[in-house]
Design a protein around this ligand. Structure first.
Ligand code: 26W
Length: 806
């Protein structure tokens, strides 16, 4: 244990003292929020000690630094994970216990910073934890959104969005660093000026916004590294305020110009669907420019103007294309501010920026109208134009006369800026997030580029931090594992494999089952707290939790539940292992079909609850406002993890890994990281169903298939679909799901009907296996034991070996 771990007595003293000093109260009179603040700032004090020394050491550090740019960091609560990483969790728990306080209640007071939508944002958060824990010098960079992702409520069987004011009670973990503020410019026009025989480009009539960093410490596990998550906050630059309008009393006009007040208002709730909104472009440039200005400043502090050293001394990693303007922005800084020529600047930039792709869905690939780019960021647009001109000349040499291909690969084409092309062409590394995804990038999405520059392409399978997703959220399983194999897996999660022999140990399996039971009980606490209901802890917990998207096929799960319901209702002798189907999913507010699927799930839940007989075997629970905190209660309680994406569409998935690590079996397609989970656990310990990615690709090329045939041949499916629209399911609004019905029959883009039979068969096997307790628990233990490779520590080490070389 590191020497800085606070002992129990000093933790107690600190908490009581802080409540007295900050709130003028005794512990007995303090609210839970006040106690939370006191506990959190006690842990923060401990981190600060390390942060100071880490920053001190940084000053003389001459090695490479990583800047990880992401428009989302879905951090979840910090208190428990910080306490775990400082090896203080046990002391905090005991200290609170001796003060007569339940730590779980206090930790729940922390608002969750929901600064992300889903997988991409959560991955960034896991990466920060692992970067610090494997002791790599890295800074995460993003935007300090005032409102995180919307909070989801269910009203009248439908999703309703409510703003998430996460900063209401302040944020214990953030520290402003005004000294590192920079200015970011928007709009205006570019003037060319000849100076000393060189053409210089000057931006005129622009609007400025100041970017002020708010830093959050990221403490590594059981080590002295403390990295930083830097969230940029916009502030108005004084000259910006229209003083004339202001003093003549026209306040609205005076404020009209104030970009700064809106830039960081909200996180866009789109996930896997792109819209060319100008405010989004402004957000992306705001934090990207601020980060690069800071990075160059820091580089110059360390190495002066020896810019040719840059690729050796820093990597700018862009989490998808959203921070892709890092490329022209670094060009701009090097040329316009530092006086480098184009060739020199481009040589540096193209060895400094690395890019990860997170989706192959065409509707999610970022494209900006050229006109918008020109108006908002005129100098950046100019640089893109020149970059495009040179790129196209090069492409012409490689593919002479092949205009179609060149247009497909260009940065600017058909009036749009193609961010993925920019990132692929100009980064030194392009990686996918699972093996299958990496192959699809090479064979399909970026095949033209792959032919030209194959050496750039790689894949690195995603991972999750086993500290949050096992050690912190499933303390009973953690302790059980440790009692069997010791605690060396805390630092080296690959040692989890030593658990494999225990799958054959009946006593261990019995303990494993007890832990699952306990976690189901904890889940019920959470559910009761959040929505005033509980479920039967004897049921099999079958979970699908992830953003709602057609390609993830929550609809397949729902349709299957619908069929099960009919089997129960039609046959008085029908029995099955009692199951609760748990869903958690936010739909993007403008994604109409996703919202319809939520309505379908909620309607099924209601219909089933009305039948006393069905309820004995079947429940559907929709966990409202699925977020990181909900996931921390859901993953440990789950028996079966639903990973149903149409093969080829899910880049990796990371929820699949969290479930597996917590001893759930996977029901999944051969997609994303499911393929690698299958390889780790072996065919006997996973339920694989459905078409493979290559078959899907063939069907897509042929223009689909005919779902009507399935409708005609499968009576169970036909009956369920018919009930969807004939008032059986939704007596009050029988036509509400019309479009879902129609799509399934005439436009089944994600092959729900096509895979239904295979899915339904695999579910039958689950039913049989779950009854054989020894068999099931053996499989469950093997899943946990095989999950070590999915720790993001392994992922980060791989990034460092293959891409960053820090
Ligand atoms: C511009 C709108 C937009 C916003 C976010 C388009 C696309 C995105 C993300 C790339 C979507 C996303 O979160 N992708 C997920 O990334 C995870 C981490 O790599 C993968 O595990 C998931 O499979 C992938 O869907």
């Amino acid at each position: 244990m590191p020497t800085t771990a606070f002992d129990k007595e000093s933790i107690k003293k600190s908490i009581v003292g802080k409540i007295q000093r900050y709130n003028g109260r005794t512990l007995e009179d303090a609210t839970e929020q006040q106690i939370y603040q006191a506990v959190a700032s006690t842990i923060r004090d401990q981190i600060m000690q390390k942060w100071v020394s880490a920053r001190e050491a940084d000053k003389t550090y001459m090695g490479k630094r990583l800047y990880y740019l992401s428009v989302e960091f879905l951090m979840g609560r910090s208190l428990q994970c910080n306490a775990v990483n400082l090896c203080s969790m046990e002391n905090v728990r005991e200290a609170l216990m001796e003060l007569g306080i339940n730590w779980r209640h206090i930790f729940r007071e922390e608002p969750e910073p929901g600064l992300g939508n889903g997988g991409l944002g959560r991955l960034a958060a896991c990466f920060l934890d692992s970067l610090a824990s494997v002791e790599l010098p890295a800074m995460g960079c993003s935007i300090r959104y005032e409102y995180g992702l919307f909070r989801q409520r269910v009203v009248d069987g439908q999703q309703v969005e409510v703003p998430d004011n996460w900063l209401e009670n302040g944020n214990v973990w953030e520290v402003p660093s005004p000294d590192d503020s920079v200015v970011v410019n928007f709009g205006g026009h570019v003037e060319m000026v000849e100076e000393n025989g060189r053409t210089n480009y000057k931006l005129c009539d622009y609007r400025s916004v100041q970017a002020v960093p708010y830093d959050m410490p990221i403490a590594g596990y059981d080590c002295n590294t403390v990295n930083t998550l830097r969230l940029w906050r916009p502030r108005s630059v004084k000259e910006n305020l229209n003083l004339g309008a202001f003093s003549s009393g026209n306040y609205e006009k005076a404020l009209e110009q104030d970009l700064s007040s809106i830039i960081s208002k909200v996180l866009y709730p789109e996930d896997s669907h792109y819209e060319g909104k100008s405010l989004r472009l402004t957000q992306h440039y705001f934090f990207t420019s601020a980060t690069l200005q800071y990075a160059v400043k820091d580089f110059k502090r360390r190495f002066g103007t020896r810019f040719n050293l840059m690729p050796e001394k820093m990597t700018v990693h862009i989490n998808d294309t959203h921070p892709g303007l890092a490329i022209p922005e670094l060009m701009r800084i090097l040329m316009d501010e530092e006086g480098l020529g184009w060739d020199e600047a481009q040589a540096i930039v193209s060895k400094t920026v690395a890019y990860t792709n997170h989706t192959v869905l065409s509707e999610a690939l970022e494209k900006w109208p050229e006109q918008m780019m020109k108006e908002r960021l005129p100098r950046i647009y100019m640089i893109l134009e020149e970059m495009n001109r040179r790129l196209c000349a090069r492409l012409w040499n490689a593919f002479p006369g092949d205009w179609d291909r060149i247009a497909k690969m260009a940065i600017l084409a058909y009036g749009q800026v193609h961010m993925a092309n920019l990132c692929v062409a100009m980064s030194y590394s392009v990686n996918g997030v699972s093996r299958l995804h990496g192959e699809i990038l090479k064979a399909d999405t970026f095949n033209d580029y792959y032919q030209l520059m194959p050496e750039k392409f790689s894949y690195i399978t995603n991972g999750i931090t086993h500290r949050r997703w096992l050690m912190a959220c499933n303390t009973h399983l953690r302790d059980l594992i440790t009692s069997a194999i010791g605690d060396k897996w805390y630092k080296n999660p690959e040692y989890l494999s030593e658990l494999k022999p225990f799958a054959d140990d009946a006593a261990f399996r019995a303990e494993f089952e007890k832990v699952k039971r306990f976690n189901k009980h904890q889940f019920n606490h959470m559910l009761d707290q959040r929505q005033g209901m509980t479920v039967d802890e004897d049921f099999l917990f079958d979970t699908q939790c992830k953003r709602l998207h057609e390609y993830k096929r929550q609809l397949l799960n729902a349709l299957h539940i619908h069929v099960l319901y009919n089997r129960i209702m039609d046959d008085p002798n029908y029995t099955m292992v009692p199951r609760v189907f748990i869903f958690g999913a936010k739909a993007s507010p403008g994604y109409y079909k996703a919202k319809l699927i939520i309505r379908y799930i909620l309607a099924l839940s209601k219909m089933i609850d009305k039948s006393p007989r069905a309820r004995k075997m079947l429940r559907v629970v929709f966990v409202e406002n699925y977020d990181v905190s909900a996931a921390e209660a859901i993953m440990p309680a789950t028996d079966l993890s639903e990973q149903l994406s149409t093969a080829g569409k899910e880049a990796s998935g990371t929820g699949n890994m969290k479930f597996m690590m917590n001893g759930a079996l996977t029901m999944g397609t051969m997609d994303g990281a499911n393929v690698e989970i299958y390889e780790q656990v072996g065919a006997d310990n996973i339920y694989i169903f459905g078409m493979r990615a290559d078959t899907v690709a063939v069907l897509e090329r042929e223009g689909g298939y005919n779902p009507l045939q399935i409708f005609e041949n499968n009576a169970e499916v036909r009956r369920a679909l018919t009930q969807m629209i004939d008032g059986t399911l939704m007596p009050d609004s029988p036509t509400a799901l019309q479009e879902l019905y129609h799509d399934m029959l005439f436009n089944d883009r994600y092959f729900v009907m096509k895979d239904f039979g295979s899915y339904s068969m695999a579910q039958r096997r689950v039913n049989e296996d779950y009854l054989d307790r020894d068999k099931w628990l053996r499989m469950a233990v093997l899943n946990t034991a095989s999950s070590g490779i999915f720790s993001s520590d392994r992922t980060i080490r791989e990034y460092n070996e293959k891409i960053w070389h820090i």
